[in-house]
Design a protein around this ligand. Sequence first.
Ligand SMILES: *Cc1c(COP(=O)(O)O)cnc(C)c1O
Length: 390
Amino acid sequence: MTTVNDALREPTADGRFGQFGGMFVPETIVPACQELDREFRSAWADPGFRSELNQLLLSYAGRPSPLTRCQRLSEELGVRILLKREDLNHTGSHKINNVLGQALLTQRMGKTSIVAETGAGQHGVATATAASLFGMNCIVYMGTVDMARQELNVFRMRLLGAEVREAKSGSRTLKDAVNEAMRHWVAVADTTHYCLGSVMGPHPYPWMVREFQRIIGDEARAQCEEMLNGAMPDVVTAAVGGGSNAIGIFAGFADTDAELVGVEPAGGAAIGRQVPGIVHGSCSYLMQDEWGQVLEAESISAGLDYPGVGPEHSYLASIGRARYVSVSDDEVVEAFILLSRTEGIIPALECAHALAWVVRSKSELAGKTVLLNLSGRGDKDVDQMMEIIS
Ligand SMILES: *Cc1c(COP(=O)(O)O)cnc(C)c1O
C-alpha cells in the first residue's frame, strides 16, 4: 500500500514515478539529458544556487505571491475559497518560476544560449524574458498555426530579443514545436540549454520543473497555516495542461490530508483515458487512437492544448493520491465571468478550469475550504472572451 507520504518524492535514478516517466529519447539526446540530471542535482543541493534563485524570485518575479481569501465568491458558492495568486507574478503566470530556475542553471553550466518550445506563447515569452535578463541568446520554436493564433506573443518574444522559429511539421502546434526544439538541442547541446515549459519530457525535466514550481506549494502551505490557524485546506485544486502549476501547488500538500484535484479540459483529458503511452521522451497517460497515434487536443484555452500530461500526474492518479476531472468550455466561460464579477480578478482561461470544477461541485464541497491555484491573469484572453460572450 502506497502511503500519501510516498507521493511527490524524488523519482528513481532512471527517472521513474512508478511505471511512468523515464528517458525515452534517441541515443543522441541521452548524454545531454544525463548532463542536465547531474548539473541540476548538484545545483539543487547547493545552498548558493538556491539563495541566488530565491533572490531573483523575490526581486524580479515579485514573489511571494499572495494568498487571497474570496469573500463574495465563497458566499455565492457556499465553499470557502482561497486563491494562490500566481497571476501577480512578473509576466503574469507561474511560468516565470521555472524559467528563472532554468536560466540560472544554464549560466551555471557555462552555456550561453537557450532554446524553448511554446504553444500559446506564454512559456516562450517567459523564456525570452529570462534570456534577456541573463544576456543569453534565445530561440523559440512555435507551430505555424499557433504563430498565427498568437501574434501578440510572437511580437513580445521578438521585442525581448528572441528569435521565433516556425515549426512547420505535423499539426504545426505545440507537440511539433517540442519535437523541433529537441532536434535543435541535440546538435548544439554543448552551448545551449533546452528550457522545457512543463513537467513533461524525458528525465530530469518532470522532476526538475516540479522542483522549480514547488515554491507555489511551499509558500501556500505556510500562508494557509497562518490564515487557517494551523489547519489545512480540504481540497487543493489546479488546472492541468502539462501539469506544472498543479504539481507545484500539490507538492506543498502531499503529506497532508488535503484532496488533490487536477482539472483538464474535456477536449484534452489525457488522464481520464487511463491509457499510458510514450510521447516526448516519457511514459505517461495521453490521448491516442486505437493504433497508439497521438491525438490532437482541443480546448478553449490554448495553454491547455496538450495531448499528454506530466508522468508524475499519471503516477498520482494511479496510486489514488490525486484525482483528475474535466470540464467543458461552457463551464469555463461561466467561471471566468463569475470570478471577474465577484472578486475583481480576471483569471487566465486555464485556471478558470479549476474554478469551473469547484462551481460544478459546490454541493459536494459545501462548507469546505478549497485552495485554488490561480495560475495566471486573464489579460491575454479578453479578446477571445469578447468574441465568445458577444
Ligand atoms: C501554460 C499555462 C498553464 C498550463 O501549463 P501547466 O504546465 O499545466 O501549468 C496553466 N495556466 C497558465 C496561466 C499558463 O500560462
